[in-house]
Write a protein that binds this ligand. Structure first.
Ligand code: PLP
Length: 400
């Protein structure tokens, strides 16, 4: 095996330098822990940025991948496979929506959702019905469609022009939303909880207003649940937590236990806008990914992990709040379930680096926000360990 320094040298020479990596070479993971190349153990509160909801090397996920890989990893969408339809049926049953399309990533799920909303708009009201209303502070991905709906300059600048016809409103600004939506709007796009934006929740009233505006103007209400969905809030879909049902929901991250898989689910009313040949992908919906996703959903149900997310997530939130109350550099704690954040008065990256040295992986976003996206199998004793380390690191940072 190569050393961290050797890997860094190869990457420095041969990779596009698009990631600000921490100096850590992870070799393997088990449950809520990962291990570096020297065998040192780290509590993983990043969870692969929301992908590893079942932790690492979950025995049922490993078993199903092994079994399916020996049978068929990929089959073309020219033919049927055993699992794509079954997974669509399961997701429709769980969400109450009617049809699914499978992609390879969250970004592609959003691209597909946007194409569908445009096609549906054109079908009902002609080509002028193509405008999108999205939110400031949002993140939907890095391709041009997804980026055009992303309300943060840092991701967009240098790549203009974006797709036309996207108007941004502030988070929870109901009057602004109502003013922005009109008969030319084909989609309202919302993350019920903004993830990259710093774990910021939409209010129930705002989501209800978005539902009403979409109904009034025959626009598709699209929820991007790529980060907050599939159990992270303690409900399988975040929209179930908020009590507002979208026309389209995009999901990805943990769906296939770490195998790349995204999807959008859509109501019948909009679904027929994409007919044969109008959308597609080579990889999306392959048998390995879809069978593993069925296993993911089964594990969530059979191991009663939504209850765990609610209970341990609430404990994590309480412990973070207690810690913040005593820290000179913590400003606010916010979040639901296994999606929590602590806003700091100082840059977060150095804190993340120090916590890593002390054996706890945390992520930062928006410069001053510590973000926690732990696996759903987290227990209170793991929270206690994370808090102990964070307390020490915050204390140290407050002194400097
Ligand atoms: N939408 C949201 C809310 C996300 O958090 C992300 C990724 O972090 C994306 C879209 C993009 O997903 P992916 O990186 O799988 O393309």
């Amino acid at each position: 095996m190569h050393t961290l320094q050797e890997i860094q040298a190869i990457e420095q020479k041969c990779l596009l330098q698009t990631y600000a990596r921490y100096p850590l070479l992870i070799e393997r993971g088990k449950g809520v822990y990962v291990y570096d190349s020297g065998g040192k153990k780290y509590l993983d509160l990043v969870g692969g940025l929301g992908v590893n909801a079942l932790g690492h090397a979950h025995p049922r996920i490993v078993k199903v991948i092994r079994d399916q890989a020996a049978k068929a990893i990929h089959l073309s969408n020219l033919y049927y496979n055993e699992y794509q339809g079954q997974l669509a049926a399961k997701l429709c049953q769980l969400s109450g929506l009617d049809r699914a399309f499978f992609s390879n990533s969250g970004t592609e799920a959003m691209e597909g959702a946007l194409k569908l909303a445009r096609a549906a708009g054109h079908k009902t009201s002609g080509d002028a019905k193509c405008k999108v209303v999205a939110l400031a502070g949002s993140f939907h991905g890095r391709t041009f469609g997804a980026l055009s709906m992303t309300g943060q300059d840092k991701y967009r600048s240098g790549f203009e022009p974006m797709l036309g016809g996207v108007e941004f409103v502030s988070l929870n600004d109901i009057a602004g939303l109502r003013a922005a939506v009109d008969e030319d709007t084909c989609a309202i796009v919302v993350e019920p909880i903004q993830g990259e934006g710093g774990v910021r929740e939409c209010s129930r009233e705002f989501l209800q207003a978005a539902r009403e505006a979409a109904d009034q103007h025959q626009a598709a209400l699209i929820f991007d649940e790529i980060q907050c969905g599939l159990g992270r809030t303690g409900a399988l879909f975040a929209f179930q937590h908020f009590g507002v049902t979208p026309d389209i929901v995009a999901i990805a991250k943990p769906l296939a236990g770490g195998i790349p898989l995204g999807a959008f689910l859509v109501r019948e009313k909009f679904a027929s806008a994409l007919s044969t040949g109008k959308h597609g992908t080579t990889f999306g919906g392959g048998p390995l990914a879809c069978r593993t996703a069925l296993e993911y959903l089964a594990v969530i149900e059979e191991e009663k992990l939504l209850e765990r997310v609610r209970a341990v997530g609430a404990y994590l939130n309480r412990e973070l709040k207690a810690l913040a109350a005593k820290s000179k550099i913590a400003r606010e704690v916010r979040g639901i379930g296994m999606m929590q954040a602590m806003e700091l008065a100082v840059p977060a990256r150095a804190i993340v680096g120090r916590a890593m040295e002390e054996g706890v992986l945390i992520n930062s976003t928006q410069d001053t926000v510590l973000r926690f996206l732990p696996p759903f199998i987290l227990e209170e004793k793991h929270v206690d360990k994370g808090i102990r380390v964070l307390r020490r690191v915050l204390k140290e940072a407050a002194k400097n």
